[in-house]
Design a protein around this ligand. Structure first.
Ligand code: GLA
Length: 390
């Protein structure tokens, strides 16, 4: 067991202290990839819509050193088990848990890299909707790239990481998390078009508004299955609309009027999922316009509407998330809040007047505890840089 004092050290110091114990002598190199929080655009990435994520200043640190053979050793200071495997024979194994993520990335690099020893440590809450798993993927890809015979571009790494999550791990996620982890920029949120896979950096004025991630402390449970259900339900809506003669490749191509016109001929669940998606696309576009104009009141209103749509139509909220969003909306300085990430538990993201953050935190904690008996964790975050060698 590690002492409590040990966990207060920076992850890089913990890694440096632990390397020899895990892997013996050697001079590893260090890499970092951040988690992300998405401000608007819930469940739009796999529908080819728009999202508005930013990288946070926490994530996954990894030390990496090449080996003379074709083995990979994956150890983590936060998670079990430690896994050792043959680089040329990496396959998904349920008992490997977290290590399947780096294995998925390394299998895509296998022809280009030597064996590697990798030691991980992160400072993101796990299962909170802040993409700790994407940060493991992107940190692994950034490290592997440094030892690869052919260096890949940042966008290639993003596609490789998403491919690992979808095809190797089996979560049908979109591209947002890996993209934000790779392309994050200090002081900016990313307006990412998930069809063209390009983004515009939108300045976020931290002197006026602060992004406070509010953690319900209730972890997502069995969320991968329910996440995949949503992906399938959106696909069903598109398939039905196509049968009805709507030329849609994705829900991105459908507007609200078209959806309503066909409402009676689409099964209820796919209809409601599609309703969330088409209105969320609109909210995200309008939200970005509000941010560009520095209008945080309007931006916050779009966040509130987004949460309602996630709760009622997309059904990815939870009792605790609803209680926390309600607590935020009754607190001083709050512009608006919504659940973030996949939902089903985890965190909501709040935008708060910067000069009111301390009063906001006290009131949210009190109201949320009164409603649920749980103490929330509140983290003010600043938009941060993307993945990097250190
Ligand atoms: C998860 C997925 C993302 C995205 C969000 C919902 O974080 O990994 O690709 O779909 O949920 O917006």
């Amino acid at each position: 067991m590690r002492s409590a004092a040990h966990t207060l050290l920076h992850p890089l110091d913990r890694l440096a202290a632990a390397w020899a114990e895990h892997f013996g002598l050697g001079a590893p190199r260090a890499f970092f990839a951040p988690g992300r929080v998405n401000l608007l655009g819930a469940h739009l990435d796999y529908n080819e819509g728009f999202v508005l994520p930013m990288a946070v200043d926490r994530g996954t640190y990894v030390l990496a050193a090449p080996r003379a053979d074709r083995r990979v050793r994956l150890h983590s200071l936060d998670r079990q088990p430690a896994v050792e495997a043959d680089l040329d024979g990496l396959v998904l194994e349920a008992s490997h848990g977290w290590a399947n993520y780096p294995k998925g990335v390394l299998s895509a690099f296998a022809r280009d890299i030597p064996g590697l020893d990798l030691l991980y440590c992160g400072d993101l809450p796990i299962g909170a909707g802040l993409s700790s798993s994407a940060s493991i993927l992107v940190a692994t890809a950034t490290a592997a790239n440094a030892f690869a015979a052919r260096e890949r571009s940042r966008i290639e790494l993003v596609h490789l990481c998403r491919g690992a999550e979808v095809n190797f791990v089996g979560v049908k996620c979109g591209i947002m998390d890996h993209y934000a982890s790779a392309f994050g920029r200090e002081g900016h949120v990313l307006h990412l078009d998930c069809r063209s896979i390009t983004h515009r950096e939108v300045p976020f004025d931290g002197s006026k508004a602060t992004i406070v991630v509010c953690d319900t402390t209730k972890r997502r449970e069995n969320s991968d299955g329910r996440f995949n259900d949503r992906v399938r339900e959106c696909g069903e809506a598109v398939a039905r609309l196509r049968e009805l003669g709507v030329p849609a490749g994705a829900l991105r191509d459908v507007d609200r009027a078209t959806l309503e016109k066909h409402r009676g001929r689409i099964p209820e669940i796919p209809y409601r999922r599609a309703l969330h998606v088409v209105t969320e696309i609109e909210r995200t576009i309008r939200g970005v316009q509000a941010l560009d104009a520095g209008d945080f009141e309007a931006f916050g209103a779009w966040l509130r509407d987004s949460h309602e749509s996630c709760r009622v139509h997309y059904e990815v909220s939870s009792r605790e998330l609803d209680a926390l969003v309600e607590a935020v909306h009754g607190a001083p300085g709050a512009y608006g809040a919504r659940l973030t990430g996949a939902g089903f538990g985890g965190c909501c993201v709040a935008v708060v007047r910067t000069d009111a953050v301390e009063a906001f935190r006290a009131v949210v904690a009190e109201k949320y505890e009164a409603a649920t008996g749980l103490q929330p964790r509140l983290h003010p975050f600043h938009p941060s840089r993307g993945a990097t060698a250190l």
